[in-house]
Design a protein around this ligand. Structure first.
Ligand SMILES: Nc1nc2c(c(=O)[nH]1)N[C@H]1C(S)=C(S)[C@@H](COP(=O)(O)O)O[C@H]1N2
Ligand SMILES: [Mo]
Length: 416
């Protein structure tokens, strides 16, 4: 039985209206002994409507819940140590509720909008069998990652360093799919639509519907993905189908994807307008919030790095060499260098930096440092991209929504 009736139930699955008529209509038959149903008892047939399973049940216990309605969960830097982020250590950023019911077997993707020759709908099986699959490691970083580092404080989830992942995504190139659909020459932007539910549970209220300019959409690495790290995408990360676009704010990587519109103008879906995922065009004084017309949409994310080992707070025995490692990424660009400092940025030492597995994947770096005497130290890491742009040491340009904080990651170490 397949029921899509979230509007009849609250988050824990209790009937909202409590009406027998509703139950009977949803079941498609009458309930014998309905007059003996205990008050508020929900027949088993509706069990799965109680909502999706707790996404934290399968997550590493070290992840930090910033909010559970909607789920916003971050990964402490030391848990980002894997070369490829495993599912249990992947941050969660939901703007609404995980879709209450998902029918993975009958899932479809529709391509429509002003700039398609004709709308077309594909089954998941069409996508898997009619097009060539590709696998890429792609960095997904929330536009608000690092927000906690801004002063004055800006509103929103207070991400520290952990709103970032680099998993291996498998699917087809959006450009191959769009070639099959056929676009007109008016295409400017794409916009995705997902099946998640607004916090109000009003099915007509969109949660988030963002997109990218057509040129970014047509890059080789822009995927319509059904697998993450070689398995079905976990429910909380977009099962069964997701748009995955590396290097830009991860908000453009639409989860639970069912439709992509090819627009003849900048997409105007939920969280594309106003000040969402936008930065002031000109530098602003901290605390000053300019008018909407002075903002631009965030595109490529800025250069950044993270120290994944050791863990913040390490006590290192005197005389030991300290091995350091982490990752670095730079939106659409490549990282050219990573350097570390143990003297608050006065002097820097170059780290050994690997090339990325593919474009838009993060790059691994390692180095070793000597710490001369006992006491408190900080290790700072700083990446520089292939245009020569480096991370700011402490705080980048303040902005009212608290986006794109790419300040150097710093960890404290004690030599004992
Ligand atoms: N349908 C849908 N897609 C979405 C979101 C969402 O709330 N709904 N959140 C976006 C944002 S803001 C981010 S940062 C990433 C988070 O991806 P993750 O939870 O898989 O790590 O998903 C993006 N895609
Ligand atoms: Mo995000």
């Amino acid at each position: 039985m397949k029921i899509n009736s979230s509007n009849h139930f609250d988050r824990r699955g209790f009937l909202k209206a409590g009406s027998l008529t509703t139950l009977t209509a949803l079941l498609g038959t009458n309930i014998v002994f309905a007059d003996r149903l205990p008050k508020n008892y929900l027949p088993l047939a509706f069990d799965h409507i109680g909502g999706p399973p707790d996404p934290m049940a399968t997550k590493n216990k070290g992840l930090v819940v910033l909010n559970d309605k909607p789920w916003n969960v971050e990964t402490p830097a030391y848990l980002l140590d894997d070369a490829v982020t495993p599912a249990d250590k992947m941050f969660i950023r939901n703007n609404g509720l995980i879709p209450p019911t998902i029918d993975g077997a009958n899932w479809t993707l529709t391509i429509n909008g002003e700039s398609v020759k004709a709308p077309k709908t594909y089954t998941l099986n069409d996508l898997k069998t009619k097009f060539k699959p590709y696998t890429y490691q792609l960095v997904l970083e929330c536009g608000g990652n690092g927000r906690a580092g801004f002063f004055p404080k800006t509103s929103g989830n207070q991400w520290t360093e952990g709103g970032v992942s680099c998993a291996e995504w498998t699917g087809i190139r959006l450009k191959d799919l769009l070639a099959d659909v056929g676009l007109t020459d008016t295409a400017v932007y794409i916009g995705y639509y997902g099946k998640d539910l607004h916090l109000s549970q009003d099915p007509n209220q969109p949660v988030i519907s963002r997109g990218v300019p057509i040129a970014k959409a047509l890059e080789d690495e822009t995927l319509i993905a059904w697998a993450m790290n070689g398995q079905d995408i976990p429910l909380v990360h977009g099962y069964p189908l997701r748009l995955v676009i590396g290097g830009w704010p991860a908000s453009v990587s639409g989860k639970w994807l069912h439709t992509i519109a090819i627009r003849n103008k900048v997409h105007d879906g939920a969280k594309m307008t106003g000040k969402s995922y936008r930065l002031p065009i000109h530098p602003v004084m901290p605390g000053i919030d300019p008018p909407e017309s002075d903002f631009r949409i965030i595109e490529s994310m800025p250069v950044k790095s993270v120290i994944t080992s050791p863990k913040m707070g390490l006590e290192l025995p005197m005389g030991q060499t300290l091995a350091l490692r982490g990752h670095a990424w730079a939106g659409d660009r490549k990282v050219n260098a990573v350097a570390v400092s143990v003297d608050f940025g006065a002097t820097w030492q170059a780290a050994d930096l690997k090339t990325p597995k593919n474009r838009l994947a993060w790059q691994h770096w390692t180095t070793e440092v000597k710490l001369p005497i006992q006491g408190y130290y900080e290790v700072w890491a700083r990446a520089t991209d292939d245009a020569g742009v480096s991370q700011p040491m402490v705080m980048p340009q303040w902005n009212p929504e608290g986006y794109c904080n790419n300040a150097c990651h710093r960890i404290a170490i004690k030599v004992v």
